[in-house]
Design a protein around this ligand. Structure first.
Ligand SMILES: [Zn+2]
Length: 434
């Protein structure tokens, strides 16, 4: 009888999530993500990427500790379509001769992101038999990208719940609520691997409806007549994009989505019939190739809401190119620039964002920051989750020590004991659970 946990990535940082679980003579991998901060740094230096460079620069997980297990790995299970969970598939999945299992939307994004792998999809709220002794159940949860799941790994020794990333939104703007009923039904949770990103936030994470109301408050009723309305958010946040579209209709402006990644995430969602934005909005995947169209739109800016990529100040994103005067669409004094996002708390991204804001100030734009609610559970939601699933052990993940320790202190309040049944791990460590 043996369950062993390998913390491969995401235990020292918010990024490059990857965990391996060995159950007797089999193993599974959970998530395979990028560390965006390091990845962006490499992109900016125009470095040609390969797996070795990416590992050395800490941009993808270092899976050296499971080298001996490679043949035992029966499946790679993926929770959702964010790059810090799927972005390393392209660079390292080839080492494992096993299927990639996930929900349909995530599968579609993986196919677009990692052309070298074929992903196998399953439906949300269904079991997938990984092997003779392991079953995986994808339980739908609310997060900030469609079809996110908590994965229940069923073994003969009990269930292991992998809960990255999730929030408990009782009024989601798109898709179903977190399936609490199903979570409650799971018997004998041996281990909960928990999302610690916001474990240090002493509150509940608000519903996506709150973000919608904040946007409504700015877009309707403020003095924006005659001015451009620019908006940026995470390209994968389809629910947020839907809210923007709805509010824009009310003020009689047409939405124009501009940018490669917006185009990718939206077209994947349209393909799976999750939304139909093309009906009401225009989607421009390549701003450089649509100069003429953008020049025309620029003449009548107050007829549009421009949703653009680049909220993190990324080098080639549309908002960056606008402030650098590289495309025909311009920001003029008094134009609204709404950041419907937070800043990913990593050093290079924070620095890039600062530069972007300074350039916007120089253009005398009206800036609205943090018009956003997080997709991650806060401390009080996490307390609920622990109550709901009553795990025997807790393993905080998705963050460095500051965050995992906050999760551990929450466990402490709930009767868990550090080192005994709540475990802090770091990248490269393994732990025998049973
Ligand atoms: Zn996520």
């Amino acid at each position: 009888m043996m369950i062993k946990i390998y913390a491969i990535g995401g235990y020292n940082e918010v990024g490059k999530n990857m965990t391996c679980i060995e159950v007797d003579d089999e193993a599974i991998i959970l998530d395979m993500g990028l560390y965006m901060d390091r990845f962006v740094a490499l992109q900016e230096r125009n470095i040609k990427m390969n797996p070795e460079i990416l590992v050395n620069e800490d941009a993808i997980p270092n899976d050296e500790i499971i080298k001996k297990l490679r043949k035992k790995v029966k499946a790679i299970l993926i929770t959702h379509a964010h790059l810090d969970h799927i972005g390393a598939i392209k660079w390292m999945a080839y080492k494992y001769k096993c299927p990639i299992i996930t929900t349909p939307y995530t599968g579609e994004i993986i196919k677009r992101n990692a052309k070298n792998v074929e992903s196998v999809s399953t439906n949300v709220n269904s079991f997938y038999r990984v092997s003779k002794n392991i079953e995986a159940e994808f339980i739908n949860v609310t997060h900030s990208v469609p079809q996110s799941a908590i994965i229940n790994i069923k073994t003969k020794y009990g269930s292991i719940l992998y809960g990255l990333d999730y929030k408990n939104d009782s009024h989601p703007a798109l898709g179903k609520k977190t399936n609490i009923k199903k979570l409650k039904k799971i018997e004998d949770v041996v281990l909960l691997i928990a999302d610690s990103t916001n474990a240090d936030e002493e509150r509940k994470t608000f519903s996506e409806q709150i973000a919608k109301e904040m946007l409504r408050d700015i877009m309707i009723g403020m003095e924006n007549e005659g001015h451009g309305l620019f908006l940026t958010t995470f390209s994968s946040h389809i629910a947020r994009l839907k809210s923007i579209l709805n509010i824009s209709k009310i003020i009689g402006r047409k939405v124009v989505f501009i940018g490669r990644s917006l185009n990718e995430y939206i077209s994947a969602a349209e393909k799976l019939k999750i939304v139909n934005f093309s009906k009401d909005a225009e989607i421009i995947g390549n701003a450089g190739r649509s100069e003429e169209k953008l020049r025309e739109m620029n003449k009548n800016k107050d007829e549009y809401v421009f949703v653009v990529t680049g909220g993190m100040g990324e080098k080639n994103a549309v908002l960056t190119r606008i402030v650098n005067d590289e495309i025909a669409l311009k920001i003029d004094p008094q134009d609204f620039v709404i950041f419907s996002c937070n800043v990913i708390p990593t050093p290079i991204i924070q620095a890039n964002r600062k530069v972007l804001e300074q350039k916007l100030h120089r253009k005398r734009a009206r800036i609205f920051k943090d018009i956003h609610v997080s997709g991650h559970a806060s401390r009080e939601d996490l307390r609920d989750l622990i109550k709901i699933v009553s795990p025997r052990h807790i393993l905080p993940a998705h963050g460095g020590l500051a965050k995992t320790a906050a999760m551990a202190s929450l466990g402490g309040e709930m009767g868990y004991e550090l080192g005994k049944n709540i475990h802090i791990m770091q990248n490269g460590q393994s732990m025998k659970l049973l």
